[in-house]
Design a protein around this ligand. Structure first.
Ligand code: NAD
Length: 255
């Protein structure tokens, strides 16, 4: 679809599951070399198929992030496109949210996304190369949702980092945007329906029906719905966009 993505070196965090896995497949389909980084992969930078690599990475660990970015740089070339889909969530009303739950959401979603972008961008700047950074935030980066205080805070933080890095990196030819997905069918969403239903006295099926009823386009999203927008943001067509939080929500969020 996008010839310019052929041969690009693309790092996708959280690539083992859900939205990240969909994004990995989409870039592989464009002929990019894709490194999927996830906590759940075995140690080391491993080749899975011709252009598909995996690396075990905990995005919260800055030394590990720096090491992964330099290992990839030395073996495969400078990462020119980053998509940060590693993420987690906990459910619980604000008055019951623990300090540990707050730290987990902020550490993985906000700090982890920032650390990977920091090291990828630093290498691009050092080598005087242009590039693309795409954060996966959420519509929870724009709205409040009952029972999700720490997660909502972490996703608002991602949009703050997006806008700031976009400003700092624009003169270097590096664009920084975020995708704000709505309700996407992934293992995380299925777990959230069980946990969120439990604190609201609903079954997971009732929460799923409520989810569908809130989407103007009449269905919840798929990882492919998000992946198409990630490809677009990495493509030449999006060259004049930076600092944006793009909703992919079936119309559920419109601002
Ligand atoms: N599913 C949705 O409805 C939805 C909506 C909006 C935003 N998002 C965001 O999209 C991203 C992907 O979510 P998903 O629904 O595909 O979830 P998922 O649980 O299916 O996938 C998340 C992946 O991140 C990995 N991960 C978790 N912590 C990590 C860490 N510390 N280091 C490296 N990898 C780690 C997990 O192992 C997993 O493979 C998340 O940031 C999530 O907040 C999801």
């Amino acid at each position: 679809m996008f010839d310019e993505l052929r041969g690009r070196i693309v790092l996708v965090t959280g690539g083992a599951s859900g939205i990240g896995a969909g994004i990995v497949d989409a870039f592989l389909g464009e002929g990019s070399t894709v490194i999927s980084a996830d906590l759940s992969f075995p140690e080391g930078l491993l080749r899975r198929q011709e252009h598909a690599w995996t690396i075990r990475l905990d995005v919260r660990d800055e030394d590990a992030v720096a090491d992964a970015v330099s290992q990839i740089g030395e073996r495969l070339g400078t990462i020119d496109t980053l998509v940060t889909a590693a993420g987690t969530s906990t459910l619980g009303f604000a008055t019951e949210t623990t300090s540990a739950q707050w730290d987990l959401n902020l550490d993985v979603n906000a700090k982890g996304s920032f650390l990977v972008a920091k090291h990828v961008a630093a290498r691009l700047v050092d080598q005087e190369r242009t590039g693309r950074i795409v954060f996966i935030s959420s519509q929870a980066g724009k709205n409040g949702y009952r029972g999700m205080t720490a997660y909502v805070a972490s996703k608002h933080a991602v949009l703050g980092v997006t806008k700031t890095m976009a400003t700092e990196l624009a003169s270097r030819g590096i664009t920084v945007n975020a995708i704000c997905p709505g309700i996407i069918e992934t293992p995380m969403k299925h777990r959230e329906r069980i946990e969120g239903g439990a604190i609201r006295g609903m079954t997971a099926e009732e929460v799923a029906a409520e989810d569908r009823s809130q989407v103007p386009l009449g269905r919840t999203g798929t990882p492919e719905d998000v992946a198409g927008v990630a490809l677009f943001l990495a493509s030449d067509l999006a060259g004049y966009m930076t600092g944006q939080g793009i909703n992919v929500t079936g119309g559920m969020t419109m601002h």
